[in-house]
Every structure is written in structure tokens, then in C-alpha cells.
Write a protein that binds this ligand. Structure first.
Ligand SMILES: [Fe+2]
Length: 363
């Protein structure tokens, strides 16, 4: 042992001289040390294995070739009304997951729409790991029991329920079809479960919806609007997104006879339910990714409206609604636009007449 009285007075030579000479190990002591050396090399090996394991899933891409990856697009498909017009009581999902290379049921990356068919005096349970579930009564009447209590409903009513731990049970008193949309695909993608109810069960009665449509139809300047419809809101989004829930967005939209709404686009995906359209081929939506020189959809896909059917509109696609019949048509789009509005990325735009100052107008 070296005892230092002053660091300045002790040189290297003095330290060497002061330390005891290195002890030479006896054979028995060498045996005790060897396992320690083995343990140390094992530790190093395990450490390197762990590093290799941590690096295993990492990927590095050249920026310009990978910044806009080739993702499967949201397809244009319709879910026909005939699916819910006959057969046993059941849920009929509008599952487009394989077209989007998603490995769980989905109609769009964030949402799934389904028809619920319930025969008279029968019931069915629905359950979703979702923050928001919307139910629109296409036809029929009955009641739904949830953790929040009981809701009675009939044709044209709409209600939303928050995250519940237990299923909702729907009892029908007559032949019933319900349009059911929720955000379980979004939560599945995130790998999460809701831990909070963000709103309380909220009901919109048909009579009130129709009365509001009548009111806005008679407002000054209504005839010049691009849309004749009412947005469905909720107290919890009143000071922010003004949407049905914090994720879902919905609009009850009337398309007057002879009307052709100029195209618009948005980054949310629309899952449009046709509430009513005169049968035939006179009521339709034209959609596509580009506008022509006149501000209409270029080389569009034509999607006919059929009462009780729904169809998708891909994100960012221009779309225009047309009614060449002599009766009003009604559509109820459900979208993930609550999310987009919150993220400030909805980017809804309306095409204008070619002689206007701007080709498209930001809302
Ligand atoms: Fe739209």
C-alpha cells in the first residue's frame, strides 16, 4: 500500500517502489480466476447478440426514392343494399382490407363500415375496440342497450357511442337495417385500446335533422351554396373540430332535383351512405384524382346512388354529385375527418368556375 503525504513529492519511480511487487498466482488461485474470464467472454457475446438483435429490424433508405412510398390506394367500391335486405340477422362488414394490404377488417385505413341486418323481434350484439361508433337507422325500429342505458330508435335516427367495455345489444321490433361505422381499424393500427370515454352517448332524431335541413334551405343565399346539408356536431367538439365525435365526421346532405354540385376534394376518406335516391341511373357521383379545364372531374369513375347502399371516395380525389331526376336525393357521408380537422390536414377544396380568379378555392 502506498501512503501519499503529498502528490507533488511522489513520482512514478516512487509509486513503483512503494507498491508491493505483483503477486504471482499459485496454481490453485489460477483455477479460481479462469471461470471469471469465461464469464466475461460470455457477457461480451451476449452483449453483441443483444446489439445485433436491436439492430435487426432497423432499415435505412435513400430519401428521394422512399419519401413517397408506393402504398396501396383506397379503392372505389360499393356495398350494395341487397346485402341487408334479406337473410338472417347478422353483421355485413364492408371489408376492403385486402385491396389496401391491411391485415384486419377495414373500409378505409381508419374506419370500417358495416350493415347490420336484424329480423323482426330478433336482436344482435355489436362490439368494437373503438373510440367512436356511429349507428344510422336505414330502416326499421327498435332499441339499443349499452353501458350508458337504452336508446329507442326508428328510421332516420343516428346515434354515436363512445368506448365501452361491453357489447351493445340491438333489439328490432320490425325488419331493420343499420349503417354502423367506427374507428377500430385506426386503433388496431396503433396497437392501442381506449382508456377514456371522450363523449357521452349522443342521439340525433330524424325529425330534428329534417327540421334543420328545412331551416338552412330557406336561409338567404342558400341557393348559391356548394352544399345543401347539415354537419352533425357534438358538445365535445363544439370549440374545436365541430365534428360528430373527435374522430368521426358526418353530414346529412340533400341533392336537389336537377342539381350538379361542382367538385370538391378532401384528405379524409368518405364512406357515403345513400339515404334516398330515385331508382335508375340519374343520380350519381363522379370521382377522380384530377380536374379538367372546366373544373369538372377528368376521366371520372361514375358511382350510381342506390338507396341503402354505400360507396367509398378515396382521399384527395375530386368528386361531384349529380341529380338528373325530378326528386331530391339524400346522402350521409361518414368520414375520419374529425381526425384530419384536428390535425389541420383536412385540406377541403372546392372547384370553381373557370372564369373565377382561382382554379380552386380553399374553404
Ligand atoms: Fe366529399
Amino acid at each position: 500500500m502506498t501512503t501519499l503525504t503529498s502528490t507533488s513529492s511522489l513520482g512514478l519511480h516512487e509509486i513503483e517502489r512503494a507498491d508491493p511487487p505483483a503477486k504471482r498466482l499459485k496454481l490453485s488461485e489460477q483455477d479460481e480466476v479462469r471461470p471469471l474470464l469465461v464469464s466475461n467472454s460470455c457477457f461480451t457475446w451476449f452483449f453483441l447478440q443483444k446489439v445485433a438483435e436491436l439492430e435487426e429490424d432497423s432499415r435505412i433508405y435513400e430519401y428521394t426514392s422512399a419519401a413517397n412510398p408506393n402504398m396501396s390506394q383506397v379503392p372505389v367500391f360499393a356495398h350494395d343494399a341487397s346485402l341487408h335486405e334479406s337473410g338472417p340477422t347478422r353483421i355485413i362488414p364492408f371489408d376492403l382490407s385486402r385491396h389496401m394490404q391491411i391485415d384486419y377488417p377495414a373500409s378505409s385505413p381508419n374506419l370500417i363500415a358495416s350493415f347490420i341486418r336484424i329480423n323482426p323481434n330478433e336482436d344482435i350484439q355489436t362490439e368494437a375496440v373503438a373510440t367512436s361508433q356511429a349507428f344510422y337507422i336505414i330502416r326499421g325500429s327498435g332499441r339499443t342497450v349499452t353501458e350508458d342505458g337504452e336508446i329507442t330508435w326508428s328510421r332516420g335516427d343516428l346515434f354515436v357511442i363512445p368506448a365501452f367495455d361491453t357489447p351493445a345489444t340491438h333489439y328490432a321490433t320490425e325488419d331493420t337495417a343499420i349503417y354502423w361505422v367506427h374507428d377500430q381499424p385506426l386503433l388496431t393500427y396503433l396497437g392501442v385500446q381506449p382508456n377514456k370515454r371522450r363523449f357521452k352517448t349522443t342521439l340525433f332524431r330524424r325529425e330534428r335533422l329534417l327540421a334543420e335541413v328545412e331551416r338552412i334551405k330557406h336561409q338567404p343565399g342558400a341557393e348559391h351554396r356548394n352544399r345543401m346539408g347539415i354537419l352533425l356536431g357534438n358538445k365535445i367538439t363544439e370549440d374545436s373540430t365541430k365534428t360528430l365525435t373527435h374522430t368521426l365526421w358526418s353530414l346529412l346532405n340533400i341533392l336537389p332535383p336537377g342539381d350538379a354540385q361542382r367538385p370538391h376534394r378532401h384528405n379524409s376518406v368518405a364512406l357515403d351512405l345513400c339515404v334516398f335516391a330515385e331508382s335508375g341511373d340519374k343520380i350519381y357521383t363522379l370521382m377522380g384524382p384530377e380536374l379538367d379545364e372546366q373544373g369538372w372531374v377528368k376521366n371520372p369513375i361514375k358511382c350510381l346512388w342506390k338507396t341503402g347502399a354505400c360507396f367509398t371516395t378515396p382521399p384527395g380525389w375530386w368528386h361531384s354529385h349529380h341529380n338528373e331526376s325530378d326528386k331530391p336525393a339524400w346522402v350521409l357521408p361518414m368520414q375520419d375527418a374529425g381526425l384530419y380537422t384536428y390535425q389541420r390536414t383536412l385540406d377541403i377544396r372546392f372547384s370553381e368556375e373557370p372564369n373565377s380568379s382561382k382554379e380552386s378555392k380553399e374553404l
